[in-house]
Design a protein around this ligand. Structure first.
Ligand SMILES: Cc1cc2nc3c(=O)[nH]c(=O)nc-3n(C[C@H](O)[C@H](O)[C@H](O)COP(=O)(O)OP(=O)(O)OC[C@H]3O[C@@H](n4cnc5c(N)ncnc54)[C@H](O)[C@@H]3O)c2cc1C
Length: 561
């Protein structure tokens, strides 16, 4: 399949004049259209001009605006506002002219959430508070700007609150990559503490946001901290609750400017116990984990790694004489860890090792490091790891069947089998086990024939998303937010999203625009029930477009220039 042909068939005719008018309107409000990178006559920017640049048709710049998903579309216009006023002007005018708009923050997302061939707002330099963060020690809260790094919040909270409180949401990515508060909230992220503390939605007390119309609004939570029911993105107007929509809303319902976060109390570090459980026998462990979930035993950390052969790396030290094929890391007070260990022991025999906090930290880092490594059956081959159905939430007892299904499908589509699986147990206070999976893509094959390999990747992503939904009732991206897949997942409810758009409750999304364009190209009427027989084919085309177009300057390319 040729990416060019596909995109040229889409109808962008109406949007081009609107984009030109949009630039003109912003220039009238004080923005400056920036020189092309080939023009050497670039004046230094004075501090008062910062944030007023509109970077238009800049190939180099737009190539840098990518998340970690390989799903990219290079934006025609990029803005990097520094003030709320600048951002407000952009959002308001984009709304009035129906310009597809997205927002980027730390750029560590795994779903192409801000991929956009039209207008991208990079929030990295936006400052909305006099200080990046302020503590309210009495109430154990922190007020922070959207651009503050989560790694910094994790560090400063622990120091300032004397090890009595932690920043409640600690995604693995934040330990290695620049995850920011706005991105964290907009993806409703969770991480290594999610078994006990749940995702960030449990801890947001207040937010200042810009709505799709440009209006600024303060939103306060109306449920008890820490006991928030899992927020569901609404499927009807009567369920629409702006606070819940914004959290995990991927910028569709508004931009997070700053937020007040409740900090999570933790037991005295001296009372913490750390364990590694491990074994080679899988026969009982999934039942034991199911029982732990049923009994609601939720340690502060509860991570797993398993392998079809033997777990490589540091984990081998746990049992030098025996093959280790699964390992569980837990951390909490002895009350919780004892209950966990006793439940597992009731089901079968396994190794149990008590660890010091520094030993535990090493193992935990080895586990989180798996998120950016590739383990394949052939150590001579180099692989890139593509997301697409990379976090699968299910009952522990389904883990093995789903893992086997994935390897079966990988074989059908000529990808090598996975040998290591890892993830969170008791994900988000007992919702299930979260299995992390990436597609291993051979680097030299990708370099030799990218379009062929992108098509192969698009096909396995579409196959697995459809199969998991239809056969296992599992929705991928339970942790990482749905990004460019959002409207495919919501394909039976398109009229609802169109009504939100019409009422100014939703930003005009490029993902919706491209999805609808493909629907009409395939003869699918947006107002009829979506024909499931065409769902997989549409997702192949959609994913391929995001994968393949990144190799071109996709705004010009999509716009047919
Ligand atoms: C190796 C690796 C490990 C990961 N581990 C985890 C993990 O353990 N847990 C987890 O939950 N995620 C994980 N992720 C995914 C990612 O780190 C999270 O989704 C993170 O919260 C994204 O934040 P960001 O600042 O990078 O946002 P971005 O990637 O910049 O944006 C993500 C989405 O949020 C929107 N957005 C960003 N800022 C705003 C704002 N201020 N207002 C409105 N919308 C906004 C964007 O439009 C986009 O849709 C991992 C990713 C990688 C690469």
């Amino acid at each position: 399949m040729d990416g060019n042909l596909l995109s040229r068939n889409l109808n962008f005719a109406k949007i081009i004049p609107r984009m030109e008018l949009f630039i003109q309107k912003l220039v009238e409000k004080g923005f400056r259209k920036q020189h092309s990178p080939t023009n050497t006559n670039i004046m230094p920017i004075s501090s008062k001009d910062r944030g007023w640049e509109l970077i238009v048709d800049n190939i180099l710049f737009s190539f840098t605006m990518r998340d970690c998903s390989f799903l990219h579309l290079n934006p025609k216009i990029i803005a990097q506002p520094r003030t709320t006023t600048q951002l407000q002007i952009i959002v308001k005018n984009a709304h009035e002219l129906q310009i597809p708009l997205t927002f980027a923050s730390g750029k560590t997302g795994l779903s192409g959430g801000f991929a956009n061939p039209f207008m991208l707002v990079d929030l990295e330099y936006l400052s909305t508070l006099a200080k990046p963060y302020t503590f309210d020690e009495k109430n154990a809260m922190i007020l922070a700007d959207q651009s503050v790094l989560i790694s910094e919040l994790i560090r400063v909270v622990q120091i300032r609150m004397n090890n009595k409180y932690i920043f409640p949401c600690q995604p693995s990515s934040a330990f290695k990559l620049p995850v920011r508060l706005g991105g964290l909230i907009s993806t409703n992220a969770s991480g290594i503490t999610s078994g006990k503390l749940g995702p960030i939605e449990n801890w947001v007390e207040r937010m200042l946001v810009i709505l799709p119309t440009g209006e600024i609004r303060e939103l306060k939570r109306n449920t008890e901290i820490g006991n928030h029911e899992p927020a569901k993105q609404s499927q009807s107007q009567s369920q629409f609750n702006l606070f819940d929509q914004i959290i995990g809303g991927m910028g569709l319902y508004g931009v997070v400017l700053n937020a007040q976060i409740q900090l999570a109390p933790i037991p005295n570090p001296k009372e913490m116990k750390y364990y590694a459980l491990f074994g080679s026998d899988f026969s009982f462990i999934f039942d034991a984990l199911q029982q732990i979930q049923n009994k609601q035993i939720f340690p502060l950390n509860c991570e797993f790694v398993s392998a079809t052969t033997s777990i490589p790396g540091l984990f081998q030290n746990l049992s030098p004489s025996e093959t280790v094929r699964w390992i569980i890391l837990i951390k909490d007070t002895h009350v919780v860890t004892d209950e966990f260990l006793n439940t597992v022991k009731n089901y079968g025999k396994c190794g149990i090792q008590s660890l010091s906090s520094s030993e535990y930290q090493l193992y935990l880092e080895e586990r989180t490091g798996l998120a950016i490594q590739t383990k394949s059956t052939d150590p001579e081959q180099e692989f890139l790891r593509f997301p697409g159905f990379e976090d699968l939430l299910m009952a522990p007892e389904k883990l093995k069947a789903v893992f086997d299904e994935i390897n079966y499908q990988f074989k059908q589509f000529r990808f090598p089998p996975l040998i290591v699986a890892y993830g969170h147990l008791n994900f988000r206070r007992g919702q299930g086990s979260l299995l992390h999976i990436r597609i291993p893509v051979n680097v030299s094959k990708l370099a030799n024939d990218p379009l062929k390999i992108y098509h192969q990747i698009a096909r396995i992503i579409a196959k697995m998303n459809f199969l998991l939904e239809q056969k296992y009732q599992i929705r991928p991206k339970a942790e990482h937010s749905t990004g460019m897949f959002t409207f495919w997942h919501a394909r039976q409810n398109l009229p609802y999203f169109l009504s939100l758009l019409q009422e100014g409750k939703m930003v005009y999304s490029p993902h919706l625009f491209l999805f609808l364009q493909l629907c009409s190209q395939m003869g699918i009427n947006r107002n009829d029930p979506f024909p499931n027989a065409k769902a997989e084919e549409l997702l192949v085309k959609l994913t391929f477009m995001y994968l393949a177009n990144k190799d071109k300057f996709s705004s010009n390319y999509l716009l047919g220039k």
